[in-house]
Design a protein around this ligand. Structure first.
Ligand code: NI
Length: 175
């Protein structure tokens, strides 16, 4: 197991619509590493493209909250429908030290595959629904900065610019 580098704001892989996963047989190492990475960074969710993998896969662990939900891997997830509306302060491991109040649907009807390949369809609410929507955003190339207006973004303008610059430098060093 290993802690992976978390891709930061400005890296183009965070703007991709990620590929569906067709072969679920070789994901164990990636998933272990993603959990290690998420726990090390003290996050509650992590999408595959945040560790540089172009695949529709994310993990969530909110077991430490009041909601008793097991840590889980979600593959090829799709939000079928949603309802309600609630505001919540969200952060993102790819945009350190930046939080925004984001309004999202409160309940979702969500379809996904578990690691054994089984399909599941569930009505989900609360923090889990919130986290799933955040991760599904990642896998469709969206981030929390896209969910707020210019005025909300204003206090973080400099931080975002710096992050984008660092991502660019990192990519140039790899090239
Ligand atoms: Ni995020």
């Amino acid at each position: 197991m290993a802690v992976l580098d978390i891709v930061k704001y400005g890296d183009p892989i965070l703007r991709k619509v990620c590929n569906q996963v067709s072969d679920l047989s070789n994901l164990d190492q990636l998933i272990y590493d993603m959990f290690d990475t998420m726990y090390e960074a003290e996050g509650i969710g992590l999408a595959a493209n945040q560790v540089g993998q172009d695949m529709n896969l994310f993990i969530i662990d909110i077991a430490h909250t009041e909601e008793s939900v097991e840590p889980c891997v979600y593959i090829n997830g799709k939000i079928i429908s949603s309802k309600g509306e609630s505001p919540f302060e969200e952060g993102c491991l790819s945009i350190p030290e930046v939080t925004f109040e984001i309004i999202r649907p409160e309940f979702i009807h969500f379809k996904y595959q578990s690691i054994d390949g089984e399909w599941h369809e569930k009505e989900i609410g609360g923090l889990l629904a919130r986290a799933i929507q955040h991760e599904i955003d990642h896998l469709t190339g969206k981030m929390i900065v896209d969910r707020v207006n210019d005025v909300a973004r204003l206090p973080f303008k400099k931080q975002l610019k710096t992050l984008a610059k660092e991502s660019k430098q990192r990519l140039n060093n790899l090239a």
